[in-house]
Design a protein around this ligand. Structure first.
Ligand code: UN1
Length: 495
């Protein structure tokens, strides 16, 4: 077998090894013998160098007209379009999700690129009358400086793109630390952006572990905003690292999302939604529908059909076009999933299907787990409360819409929720009362589009949103400007 390709960090316009010379393997979760490449196992020295490069490039980039910054983003997005298929294939190989989904992941980056490129000619502020005569008032967005961006493995290009495109268009420079399980997609993304014409130092890439690269990055006093997507534990660390000197941070963490199926729902549609929401991306989305609450009147029928269809989903290597669900990201994640299945069984939930790792034949090569459904769950069970991040759905029976909404809101997270009903009044009540950052009516909990705010309430986030206009708020600060052309002293609130 050919030796795996060796990749490098990208710092100040150069491809460089980690200072310590160490590397780590990027392995295909569908076939662990397939080593995709060796990536720099960087540490604080490399992170500091990248921050210094980004700091050095900041002043010039800040003063580059936003429409010019937008042109580079536009070019990069066009290059993503041209290379979409190859980028998606490489992503499936390193992350495992099926090709249709990795194409979607690249598409999400393309959409965000074009959207933010357009922002180069908008970045709207306000112009507004002053309360005083011959005085002019306006507000403008200003960039923050160096942005430290720490991204997860489940959306290896989309999530870096949400953060990086927004950061760059606002005039910040960036150091990206991607997940160790999926560095190739970030490497591809950074390469394309630089080929599109970013000046050196504006976007830097440092691969390596959270402890060795993420921690020094989040603690660095020159990193003026940290944007992080990942676990609640690490999110808390980011928050604490930024708190002492009030550097900004944007956190996007866990979810325990729900689909509510009412007795008047179109059951075929609800089943399609529950399967896609629960088992799409092997359940490894923050937005995954890991809970399905079903009205008692349709509970039995829904459960029977849900179990039948879940069992028929074809699990395997995502590069095979007939496969519907790929592997877990690695064995450790699969063990976590299986551990939760044991917890659920001990809690008294009824295992309807799945529940054992897939280890025979071709499956032995990778980290596979089948679609798994627990029936008759109590909403307080751990499997109905905690994020599992795998193909496990907990089904909860209920009797009234009020009860369903209480169940929906009765978790520490608040990312996404959904209701299937034909009752317009109830749909509007749900839109008002579901306390999540995303609400879907007659659609599953996944599938957010890039031009609306994305994020969640409670332990899912820290009050910020990314994507759309809200994403600009993470990477800029408002400056209100008053121009007095009266030639006299005018006192606001007094004269
Ligand atoms: C995530 O799960 O971390 O709405 C992001 C969705 C995708 C993004 C998911 N557009 O499911």
């Amino acid at each position: 077998m050919a030796a795996p390709k060796v990749y490098r960090n990208y710092i100040n316009g150069e491809w460089v090894e980690a200072g310590c010379g160490q590397t780590f393997e990027n392995v295909n979760p569908a076939d662990k013998s397939d080593v995709i490449g060796l990536f720099p196992a960087s540490d604080k020295v490399d992170a500091d160098e990248a921050v210094a490069a980004a700091q050095g490039a900041y002043e010039k980039w800040r003063l580059t007209p936003a429409p010019k910054r937008g042109e580079i983003l536009f070019r990069a997005s066009q290059m993503l379009v041209e290379r979409k298929e190859e980028l998606a294939r490489e992503m499936t190989r390193e992350m495992g999700k099926i090709l249709k989904e990795t194409r979607g992941d690249v598409q999400e980056a393309i959409d965000m690129g074009f959207y933010m490129a357009g922002e180069g000619r908008r970045l709207f502020g306000q112009t507004t009358p002053s309360e005083l005569v011959n005085k002019f008032a306006l507000s403008v967005r200003m960039p923050l400086g160096v942005a430290g961006i720490i991204t997860p493995w489940n959306f290896p290009m989309a999530i870096p793109s949400w953060k990086i495109f927004a950061a760059l268009i606002c005039g910040n420079t960036v150091v990206l630390k991607p997940a160790t399980d999926t560095p190739l997609s970030s490497w591809n993304f950074v390469k394309i952006l630089n080929e599109a014409g970013l000046p050196k130092g504006v976007l830097n890439l440092v691969t390596g572990s959270g402890g060795k690269v993420g921690t020094p990055l989040m603690k660095h006093s020159d990193v003026k905003v940290v944007s992080f997507t990942g676990s609640t534990e690490v999110g808390r660390m980011v928050s604490e690292a930024c708190a002492p000197d009030f550097r900004h941070c944007h956190l996007e963490m866990g979810g325990k999302n729900i689909i509510i199926v009412m007795d008047d729902a179109n059951l075929d549609l609800a089943l399609d939604g529950a399967l896609w929401g629960g088992f799409g991306t092997t359940g490894q989305r923050c937005t995954a529908a890991s809970r399905v609450a079903v009205h008692k009147k349709v509970y039995k029928e829904f459960l029977r059909r849900f179990g039948d269809r879940a069992q028929k989903l074809k699990v395997g290597n995502g590069l095979d076009p007939t496969v519907e669900m790929g592997p877990c990201i690695h064995d450790q994640q699969r063990d976590t999933v299986h551990n939760y299945v044991e917890i659920g069984t001990n809690e008294g939930a009824q295992l309807l299907c799945g529940g054992q790792p897939l280890t025979e034949g071709e499956y032995a090569k990778g980290s596979f787990y089948p679609p798994t459904i627990f029936a008759d769950c109590d909403p307080k069970m751990r499997i109905a409360q905690e994020e599992i991040f795998g193909p496990v759905v907990s089904v909860i029976p209920f009797e009234t819409a009020e009860e369903a909404i209480e169940i929906a809101n009765g978790v520490v997270y608040g990312l996404s929720s959904s209701i299937y009903t034909r009752d317009l009044n109830l749909a509007f009540r749900a839109m008002r009362d579901l306390y999540t950052g995303l609400v879907y009516i007659n659609a599953p909990t996944i599938g957010a589009e890039i031009h609306l705010p994305f994020g969640g309430t409670k332990c899912t986030g820290n009050g910020h949103r990314e994507a759309g206009q809200a994403g600009l708020d993470v990477f800029s600060e408002w400056k209100s400007i008053y121009v007095d052309f009266s030639g006299t002293l005018q006192r606001a609130q007094i004269d």
